[in-house]
Write a new protein. Structure first.
Length: 387
């Protein structure tokens, strides 16, 4: 754990930027990046970030998330648009003149320097007097529980310790925005989870705006206040994690986030809270993510977490009372009980498979592979997305 589990704010106050808020901490307006060969890496990116927000850029490789982060840092030029930090346009500022600090995936530590010298390097570049520099370095080393290794070279330390060194070096210069490019990618799964928790606590304690690039959904969902999902250089959706997970606004997001089954169909009746859709399985229903009209082609997004598996012997009248029109006959093709959890794969009539997970109290001893059953859901648990 980090020193004091962040219970001593007095030791952190000098690292927290206190200023009169000007508009947003970070604002990207119509930002684009086109390379010399004509390839568009980022297209019309717009984002407003409040002070102290934890923002994650999420998407597949090549979607433009790291390029966007590098444009904020100043390591990539901007082809169009503007980037503002606390109301100041920074398009033409060199990286060292921007109020940002960046942590790279490989941490970019100097192997020949001690931990203390690595952390103090940015302050040396700024020409800070030695006494003030040493005081700031000591304080952040104490905060991140690095004092015991202050005089050790980083190549002799663990991945978790090196990650903390990179954090310390970035935070000691007191940036307005901390930029993180897949900083946990090199860690093993257990250490990665531990550092995730510490990173979130640290961000909350310091109140610094974090912009975090990752391709790991679980990481973005666990850490961020809002997630920017990108695809082929464009922003697909910007939402808080729960909203993104439960209310995708595009087919890409529905397929990329979570474990969803998509059922295509035509809108039969559109409503503000419930929309009925004519599908190959009959009329089904869900909540619309945007305005749709009768006759429009849509997909019904069925999240695995919102699905109930119901015995085939349950009367249809009872199903309709509990779920309305929202149920489909299925065959259970796989059933596995692991500890307190049950993992099922069910096959829909058209051959689509759906993975469902539930507690043994709900499903244990009630189903077996080969059984006929039904999947059912409340209409509020599914989302209707326009094509």
């Amino acid at each position: 754990m980090l020193a004091g589990a962040f219970a001593a704010p007095a030791g952190l106050k000098s690292f927290q930027k206190v200023s009169s808020r000007v508009a947003y901490d970070l604002q990207l307006s119509h930002v684009g990046k086109v390379y010399d060969n004509g390839t568009a890496a980022v297209i019309d990116f717009n984002l407003d970030v409040d002070k102290g927000e934890f923002i994650a850029f999420l998407g597949p490789s090549g979607c433009g998330k790291t390029t966007t982060l590098r444009m904020i840092a100043g390591f990539e030029s901007i082809s169009s648009g503007d980037i503002n930090i606390r109301g100041k346009r920074i398009n033409d500022l060199l990286p060292e003149h921007r109020p940002t600090s960046m942590i790279f995936q490989n941490y970019a530590l100097f192997p020949h320097m001690t931990v203390r010298d690595n952390v103090g390097f940015g302050l040396d570049v700024k020409g800070m007097p030695a006494a003030e520099r040493d005081q700031k370095v000591t304080r952040i080393l104490e905060t991140l529980d690095l004092m015991p290794v202050a005089n050790v070279r980083p190549d002799r330390l663990s991945g978790g310790q090196r990650q903390r060194i990179a954090l310390a070096r970035s935070l000691v210069v007191e940036p307005d925005i901390l930029l993180l490019d897949e900083p946990l990618g090199a860690l093993d799964a257990n250490l990665r989870k531990s550092i995730q928790n510490e990173l979130k606590l640290l961000q909350r304690s310091l109140g610094i705006t974090f912009v975090f690039v990752t391709h790991a959904q679980s990481e973005a969902l666990a850490l961020s206040d809002r997630i920017v999902v990108m695809n082929q250089g464009k922003v697909e959706q910007i939402s808080p994690p729960y909203e993104l997970y439960t209310r995708p606004k595009s087919l890409f997001v529905a397929q990329f986030i979570g474990r969803n089954t998509l059922v295509p169909g035509i809108v039969k009746q559109a409503g503000a809270h419930e929309t009925s859709v004519e599908t190959a399985f009959g009329v089904l229903a869900g909540s619309p993510s945007q305005d749709v009209k009768a006759g429009e082609k849509v997909s019904l997004v069925l999240p695995a977490e919102a699905m109930d598996v119901v015995l085939d012997s349950v009367p249809e009248a009872q199903l309709r009372e509990n779920y309305g029109v929202c149920f489909i006959p299925v065959t259970i093709s796989a059933f596995q009980q692991i500890g307190h959890l049950v993992h099922m794969t069910v096959d829909l009539p058209n051959g689509q498979s759906m993975a469902i997970e539930g507690h043994t109290d709900k499903y244990g001893g009630r189903f077996s592979a080969g059984d006929k059953a039904k999947v059912a859901w409340k209409s509020t648990g599914a989302t209707v997305i326009s094509h």
